[in-house]
Design a protein around this ligand. Structure first.
Ligand code: GLU
Length: 505
């Protein structure tokens, strides 16, 4: 069959049966990048003909996840388009029509086998150690037998007539040419007895009617593709270019990536759902970059690239045919890189919901608190790898009372409670009269005080840090004090003086 180059029209065709998985996100991303690269069209088509498994909640989760990732579709639900509707359950008439077309050309047949007969057939096959394919009983019915069954009003499905011998060749843009022996293919059901199509029929009919040029989907669909090729031939339609994307492996590279959150070594949680990554504080930009690199590369070293670079460079030639392992460490690292590249306002805006959810900041956020958050952001930015990390790293900024659970927090390496209390009392006095509480002033003043007291700077700074943050480690002392501001600093020093007094007693 001659193939004419077509305008690029690709589709993402999920069946919303459960929450949206990172693997699906990679599939839609590749389709989207390909469409953008070729000034083409991305179609979102909801394949919801398996009514028993369809979930409206899963569909809502899908749309929300796509929006969060920043992936937009040109035709599909919500946006419409010239081939509407884009929801398969609203197109059932069409599938019935095309099933009839295949019946009429002798490429499909009605199968009247009852569930009991099929169960028995399978049991016998199992006893003989055979696979569970349909035995084509109804394909061999004589015309009169078929007519009689129809007359009785027996319910039936429509099955594809797979050529009994020979081979079907799938040309795959990533995997090359793959030959299937027709003997291993089943006379798959195309139309169910309830009049709903199966995946095979609806998918092929829609890809044709929607003029899809390239089908990019997960490797798990490769085994269905020879059936689709047979159907394209039966209809006399030009098949799209097929490109089956490599499987995503678990972080260890052993086995496929799980469909559910798993606990890894050291109790680390491995997320798999897009919304889980979102809740864990990953940035959509980092997710997109990471997913793009999961099986695709445009050179052998570039890891971090923005959307424009991705679009400019995306090509199916760069998609690997071997499976890619999902490295959480790399994703975390990449997320940190993206976090550090954000402008402070933007980072603060994204961190805010996490702070609110943790109860550190009220909702809505009062203007003074917002200013405070903006001031602390530059200190936190280099230290967090996910947005959720902000909670733990900033908690001491918000707390109304620091708890000194470890007395060592307030004591320098060499120094008892009494002398430390005396030193901190002087620090408190000096800081109370400062007119400017900026970083530079604080540094000059505190270094001077260490000199006057005859203390090593580090010896003095340690209990001050402990007093105002309740931690041994924090961002730089002067910047921390400056962000906390005079009032909070003095109040915390007072509290530390009390605690030291208690230690003395
Ligand atoms: N509805 C199928 C799915 O859930 C679509 C597979 C395909 O892209 O052909 O993934």
């Amino acid at each position: 069959m001659t193939t004419t180059p077509r305008q690029v029209r690709v589709r993402f065709a999920p069946s919303p049966t459960g929450p949206f998985h990172a693997g699906g996100a990679r599939t839609v991303l590749y389709n989207w990048l390909f469409a953008r690269r070729h000034a083409g069209t991305l179609i979102l088509r909801i394949e919801d003909t398996d009514r028993a498994r369809y979930s409206a909640q899963a569909e809502a989760d899908l749309l929300d996840s796509l929006r969060w990732l920043g992936i937009t579709w040109d035709e599909g639900p919500e946006v419409g388009g010239p081939y509407a509707p884009y929801v398969q359950s609203q197109r059932t008439e069409l599938y019935r029509h095309y099933a009839q077309v295949l019946l009429d050309c002798g490429c499909a047949y009605k199968c009247f086998c009852s569930a009991e007969r099929l169960a028995q057939m399978r049991q016998e096959q199992r006893q003989r150690g055979e696979g569970g394919s349909y035995d084509r009983h109804c394909r061999r019915l004589a015309a009169e037998e078929r007519a009689a069954l129809e007359k009785q009003g027996r319910s039936f499905v429509i099955r594809l007539k797979v050529p009994p011998e020979g081979q079907t060749v799938v040309q795959d843009r990533i995997r090359g040419e793959i030959t299937f022996d027709n003997t291993v293919l089943e006379d798959a059901i195309l139309l169910k007895s309830d009049g709903y199509p199966t995946y095979h029929l609806a998918n092929v009919v829609d890809d044709h009617l929607m003029e899809i040029s390239h089908v990019m989907r997960g490797d798990e669909w490769l085994s269905s593709t020879p059936l689709h090729v047979i159907m394209y031939e039966a209809f006399g339609w030009q098949p799209p270019v097929f490109a089956h994307l490599p499987v995503i492996l678990s972080p260890t590279g052993q086995g496929k990536m799980s469909k559910r959150k798993v606990k890894g070594p050291g109790g680390k949680e491995y997320y798999v759902l897009v919304q889980e990554f979102r809740q864990a504080g990953y940035l959509p930009e980092a997710m997109v970059n990471f997913l793009a690199r999961l099986g695709w590369a445009y050179d052998d070293r570039t890891e971090v690239f923005d959307l424009e670079e991705m679009i400019a460079n995306f090509s199916l030639d760069g998609v690997s045919s071997s499976p890619a392992a999902f490295s959480y460490d790399k994703l975390l690292w990449m997320n940190g890189v993206y976090i550090r590249s954000l402008e402070v306002h933007d980072l603060a805006r994204r961190c805010l919901p996490f702070l609110q959810q943790a109860g550190l900041v009220p909702d809505p956020c009062p203007p003074a608190t917002w200013d405070y958050i903006l001031r602390m952001m530059p200190l936190l930015q280099p230290r967090i790898a996910t947005l959720a990390d902000v909670v733990e790293h900033s908690a001491y900024f918000f707390t109304s009372e620091i708890v000194y659970d470890d007395p060592q927090l307030l004591l320098p390496k060499k120094g008892g409670p009494a002398e430390t209390r005396a030193a901190l009392a002087q620090v408190r006095q000096r800081l109370a009269v400062l007119e400017s509480f900026d970083e530079a002033t604080l540094e000059t003043v505190l270094r001077e005080m260490a000199d006057t007291l005859g203390w090593k700077a580090g010896q003095l700074f340690m209990p001050i840090r402990g007093a105002v943050t309740g931690r041994k480690v924090s961002p730089g002392l002067f910047e921390t004090l400056s962000v906390l501001g005079q009032a909070r600093t003095l109040q915390r020093l007072d509290r530390a003086l009390e605690a030291l007094q208690e230690l003395e007693d």
